[in-house]
Design a protein around this ligand. Structure first.
Ligand code: AMP
Ligand code: MG
Length: 329
């Protein structure tokens, strides 16, 4: 993901922490008298969620749940149960464009790991048989989740950072913070306004340029800004780019003309799922989905350098790169 802070002029010095958590760079910028303590608590909360939801940790609840696929259910913390429940709801809403049971495909491709490769069509078809969110059995009474078939597995990579951003915001607010920037690898939450009372300016990555090159900026106050893009994690074979957002219909990286989707919303969990979902759904269906949800706005960028912006952002988004063509909705 790649939405970054452009400017933050203020005469009050924030507490700034940069660290590596959840497989990504975490940057916190926290203003106010209690900032040191609040930041510490926020980092602890991020670690706590990572320990519960990471697919890369043997002791996480998700790993335990995946190991029991086809056999029994796994009792989960409120955090993990909630995120799975939300992910299932969105899987239904998007008719499987978002599918939290995508893990066998994610693992097969291994993008971003030392095992990344282009699998054969046969391998993909075999693993794809295991991908189906309808096989996730939720028992809310006992806070237990079970995967129906052996080999099935859940991956919360498209949603967990959004949930974490929401939880970090909660921790900060509970610790008397009213102005902060949370950046979990481009999954941004701009808490409140800047300490001088003006809105934050968040850069939107130019998906065709190097990291940190923006094609425009967004002015926001107390909003989540989440981007999914084909430049975040990928490898190239014979000149072809293979990225980390898969179309659950065929098990290949999603190719439909979209190269980045940015979602602006009140809750980052919604922004995170919707950025991944709309990336897979494509321009027409993606815009339709976003427009059907109140309080959610979007910026979609296509490979032919068109920028589609929903009506609610017309005053807050500023396209600065003239190579791109602005298409208002
Ligand atoms: P994001 O960067 O938020 O768009 O999420 C991408 C991550 O979500 C990937 O690295 C995978 O872990 C996971 N993922 C990939 N494709 C899908 C999909 N179609 N539905 C749900 N999760 C996905
Ligand atoms: Mg996402």
């Amino acid at each position: 993901m790649s939405t970054f802070l452009i400017s933050c002029k203020s005469n009050i010095k924030p507490v700034e922490k940069d660290t590596y958590l959840m497989g990504t760079i975490v940057q916190l910028k926290v203003y106010g008298g209690n900032a040191e303590k609040a930041t510490q608590k926020a980092l602890e909360r991020i670690g706590d969620i990572e320990n519960k939801m990471s697919v890369n940790m043997e002791t996480s609840e998700i790993t335990k749940l995946n190991d029991k696929a086809g056999k029994s259910g796994q009792k989960l913390s409120r955090d993990t149960y909630f995120v799975i429940d939300e992910a299932v709801k969105y899987s239904k809403l998007t008719e499987g464009a978002f599918d939290l049971s995508i893990e066998p495909i994610v693992k097969l491709w291994g993008i971003g790991t030392d095992k990344e490769r282009v699998p054969s069509k046969n391998e993909i078809e075999e693993k794809l048989k295991l991908v189906n969110y309808k096989d996730i059995i939720l028992d809310s009474k006992n806070s237990t989740v079970k995967l129906k078939r052996t080999g099935q597995a859940i991956d919360l990579g498209g949603i967990a950072k959004g949930y974490t951003a929401d939880e970090v915001k909660k921790v900060l607010i509970n610790n008397k913070i009213s102005s902060a920037l949370i950046n979990l690898g481009g999954n941004v939450y701009a808490v409140g306004s800047k300490s001088d009372g003006t809105s934050w300016s968040i850069g939107v990555q130019n998906p065709l340029d190097t990291r940190g090159k923006y094609l425009g900026n967004l002015r926001v106050t107390d909003k989540s800004v989440v981007t999914s893009g084909n430049y975040e994690r990928y490898f190239i074979v014979d000149g072809k780019r293979y990225h980390h957002i898969f179309d659950p219909k065929d098990g290949y990286p999603s190719e439909n003309g979209i190269i980045s989707t940015t979602i602006v919303s009140d809750k980052s969990i919604d922004g995170d799922v919707l950025s991944t979902s709309t990336y897979v759904l494509g321009l027409t269906k993606g815009l339709k989905l976003v427009e059907s949800i109140k309080g959610v706005e979007a910026i979609f960028i296509t490979s032919d350098k068109k920028v589609y912006v929903t009506s609610g952002l017309k005053d807050s988004f500023n396209l600065t790169d003239k190579e791109f063509i602005y298409e208002k909705r």
